[in-house]
Write a new protein. Structure first.
Ligand SMILES: [Zn+2]
Length: 219
């Protein structure tokens, strides 16, 4: 008797799951057809936004993208709150300039840039962005320079933090690449890559590490 039980209960269980799944689908479909359905959630969200107007220190970044030619001047954080609209703008600004794809940047990366500029005494200055987010396609393209070089010749990592939206390559006008590197290293916040020939510094919020790439990097 006992041995036969599983073969009886299993189909029953499957049937119940299927029924529940269908019921939920029917409910969602009905909801789509009913005006006002889902309004309660929208209203609650709006109330929360109004109630949670953040106060405190304003964190601002001024960036110029060397590939797209775009500039952005944005307060992305107030006190301990990251502003969603500003995050959207920054994610778009830092999109992969080859494919136009964008990602969701780790806000800590913006704090890192802000901290870096504060330490340089240049919070009102513009950061030149050499490279932001990279799709895997773009990263691979850079690694092999479109098939004309080996990865060792390009200084581009296979699992680059750019693909995780945790890295940005930068220059700061009026600051030498070496000083920018030393200041980034003094923060002990993540990865710092020094590209003296191409004159930029890679800063990311991945594990703390450092490297120098003495060759030319096209990005
Ligand atoms: Zn980089």
């Amino acid at each position: 008797m006992n041995l036969r039980l599983p073969s009886v209960t299993r189909p029953l269980f499957l049937k119940r799951t299927l029924t529940t799944g269908l019921a939920l689908t029917a409910l969602s479909a009905a909801c789509l057809l009913m005006p006002g359905c889902g309004m309660r959630e929208t209203t609650m969200e709006a109330t929360q936004t109004v109630a949670a107007t953040p106060t405190g220190q304003k964190y601002e970044l001024k960036l110029h993208h060397l590939h797209t030619g775009e500039s952005i001047d944005v307060v992305y954080r107030v006190g301990n709150t990251y502003l969603p609209d500003a995050m959207d703008k920054l994610n778009h600004f830092l999109r992969d300039h080859r494919t136009e794809d964008q990602s969701h940047y780790d806000p800590k990366e913006f704090d890192l840039l802000h901290q870096l500029m504060a330490k340089l005494g240049k919070n009102d200055s513009v950061i030149d962005v050499v490279c932001g987010y990279r799709t895997p396609w773009s990263n691979n393209f850079l690694r092999t320079r479109g098939g004309t070089a080996s990865p060792a010749q390009t200084g581009v990592a296979k699992n680059s933090q750019h693909m995780q939206a945790k890295a940005i390559d930068i220059r700061v006008p009026g600051v030498t690449t070496a000083r920018l590197r030393d200041t980034a290293l003094s923060l002990h916040e993540g990865g710092v890559g020094y590209y003296p020939v191409s004159q930029f510094v890679h800063v990311d919020v991945g594990p703390v590490r450092q490297w120098t790439f003495a060759g030319a990097n096209s990005d």
